[in-house]
Design a protein around this ligand. Sequence first.
Ligand code: ATP
Ligand code: MG
Length: 554
Amino acid sequence: MENEAVSKNFIEQIIDKDIAEGYCKKVVTRFPPEPNGYLHIGHAKSILLNYGLAEEYNGQFNMRFDDTNPTKEKEEFVDSIKQDVEWLGAKWHGDVLFASGYFDEMYEAAVKLIRKGKAYVCDLTPEQIREYRGTLTEPGKESPYRNRSVEENLELFENMKNGVYRDGEKVLRAKIDMASPNINMRDPILYRVAHIPHHRTGDKWCIYPMYDFAHPIEDAIEGVSHSICTLEFEDHRPLYDWVVRELEYENPPKQIEFAKLYLNNVVTGKRYIKKLVEEGIVDGWDDPRLVSIAALRRRGFTPESIKMFVELVGVTKSQGAVEYPMLEYCIREDLKLKARRMMAVINPVKVIIDNYPEGQVEYMEVPNNQENPELGMRKVPFTRELYIERDDFMIEPPKKYFRMFPGNEVRLMNAYFVTCVDYKTDEDGNVTEIHCTYDPQTRGGNFEGRKVKGTIHWVSATEGKQVEVRLYENIVDEEKGVYNEEDGSINVNPNSLTVIKNCYVEPELVKAEKEDKFQFVRNGYFCADMKDSEAGRPVFNRIVSLKSSFKLPK
Ligand code: ATP
Ligand code: MG
């Protein structure tokens, strides 16, 4: 279909062409995180893109840890990353793979390059290597060790492997072109000596391959057809191609770059999130104010909402940041028909209905979601004493205020029409209780006899339950921008978390299980916190308010 072809992204177009030309027989993609931190929303884009392509083309999606750098990697991160990928719904083929599982093949590949005269052991110090490399405007200088014989290189490289040298004493380098305009091609380092134990291979190796050498080999071994990465690797592609060509792989993988996903005024970089965690500004990597996948999940975002977001953003080669409200739009859309709409009063003030019988409990039959009858009905207790939101009452209302004020009649959602007849205040003038009368004829709130302009929600003061609710704002002070220009620290918003202990909810909400999501009418979408909720004592995180500042472009 013509429309379909037009809407394909540039990567799908490349794959279509590769299939048509017989270059690609099976689409194999992978997600290759370094296990050195938690995944964030940007990684979700990469995961869903790679997984989505494998699905679309009936191919294969591999989950592979790029664990070639033993200094920063930890098993803890392996587990959290696997969990996040699973939660997003990306199903990988077979077992989880590890780059370190190919260290033998990589060593053999290096030996092969030496034999071909394409790699050599170099004794220059790291400073000298940098100096010899040249600059963007000046060519580099050849290393005096560049023309060692194959035999000598084989022996030295074996010594490197056998622990004869100290860290930094020798490296293995590709022999390409010190005058190349692309600095990555100026005899890049392939292997370095590092006497550091590895989280999977232990003390077996004291030499480790560099990313640019290791990655294409990992891809080629796994039969990856399209190795999708982000734009900063574009300049590394010639080296990627050089490695797979010189190693003579039969079906060489192809690297394709796309633009990273950035959110405006949101901290995504691992380094910065780590800082917020270490300084105790947030409560761990899954603090609901962060955009790590674990945090988004804890806040209440769904895999479907993240998928929708990633699709809306699209796949391009041009860098650009996306607004956070777009992500909020996606979770609202996802929960609109799925979530039950319940009553919760976040900032309560008491209402007493003077003419309602004391001790009586009446159960109002209420649809769980007016737009989705499939969610059924529930019963909400109505009593003489209720709570409403403090800002749903004003002693002296401005014009166009249709909620409760002395003398005004309003609708209590799904219940009765009530008229405010009196109120009490404390010595500071704060309203302490409001008195109303109700009209028994208006039960259900849909009375034909007269019209009221305001409808407000409520919770029974005697049957309702008190719970803790957490409201969030951006962790970053948006007025100041993400980073402080002077010292690079993060401009933290002091109001990013508000904890409310005396929120009143209808009894049904107390049954919420961890991760259950609801709309609290007029207040937003909320999720029962997966860490701090207990049976019968849920703690609710506000995922998002109901008001949107994002409009889907037409
Ligand atoms: P960070 O810089 O946030 O620490 P990273 O690139 O170092 O991220 P890796 O574990 O190396 O993290 O990344 C795994 C995969 O996720 C890579 O293919 C990388 O290109 C991709 N990726 C990382 N950040 C983003 C992003 N913001 N948008 C899209 N893809 C990303
Ligand atoms: Mg990285």
